[in-house]
Design a binder for this molecule. Structure first.
Ligand SMILES: [Zn+2]
Length: 230
């Protein structure tokens, strides 16, 4: 609905279908429920108010079109708090990583999440996610979380994406002491004589009674032998 380009005949105007479609979407949102559309994230914050939470730089005109449509169906779009995400994915990740450093434990609000024991994070499946795909088919997938424990004793569960932001590439690709190894690193380990100190195997779907996170499955991984093998 928001993809048509402005043309020289005048400003963009929504069609009757655009209006109906949007009305259907926003009216079906629960209070505080989020709606993702293109590169924009909205939240219903009032009876007839939608708040733009985030958008990419390039989604500016798209967000203005949503504003026009909402006005025409008697809704208001609050864009004052919107966080603008850089179009460059590298810059966008850096911005989000920086922001992640300020996350606090939601229970005690005293301990920054980044100070928790990120190395011993527990990957687990906690319930499932339901979503509707492009063909309108409803699907259910495992909902993965990364569990940490705060000093206050309360567990914190991060989404894998959030864990990546706060822990970085290396910890993200380390699970239960296993980390991926490239063929040239295997050669190097053999040459330098420390290959014998490593366990090496491709990770399957579970190991030691624990499910292997999806991004680690099928990767050739090693683990140091001094750490006890389960
Ligand atoms: Zn805490």
């Amino acid at each position: 609905m928001v993809n048509e380009e402005d043309d020289f005949t005048g400003p963009w105007e929504p069609t009757e279908e655009d209006l109906e479609w949007t009305r259907g979407v926003v009216e079906s949102l629960e209070m505080n429920q989020d709606w993702m559309e293109g590169e924009m994230a909205f939240r219903r914050t009032g009876d007839t108010t939608l708040t733009l939470l985030t958008r990419t730089e390039r989604a500016e005109s798209a967000s203005r079109r949503v504003e026009v449509v909402l006005q025409m169906i008697g809704w208001h779009l609050d864009m004052t708090q919107a966080k603008i995400i850089p179009d460059d994915p590298q810059l966008a990740t850096e911005m989000m990583q920086k922001e992640a450093q300020s996350w606090m434990c939601p229970h005690c609000e005293k301990t920054p999440v980044v100070n928790m024991d990120l190395e011993n994070a527990q990957w687990e499946v906690l319930g499932n996610n339901q979503f509707v795909d492009e063909s309108g088919q409803e699907s259910v997938t495992d909902r993965w979380v990364v569990g940490l424990t705060c000093e206050c004793g309360e567990p914190i569960y991060l989404s894998p994406d959030d864990y990546y932001l706060i822990a970085g590439d290396e910890l993200f690709y380390t699970w239960e002491g296993w980390f991926p190894i490239q063929p040239e690193q295997i050669m190097e380990a053999v040459d330098k004589g420390y290959w014998e100190d490593l366990y090496a195997r491709p990770l399957g779907s579970s190991r030691g009674g624990k499910p292997v996170p999806l991004h680690m499955r099928g990767l050739m991984c090693v683990r140091r032998k001094e750490e006890e093998e389960e």
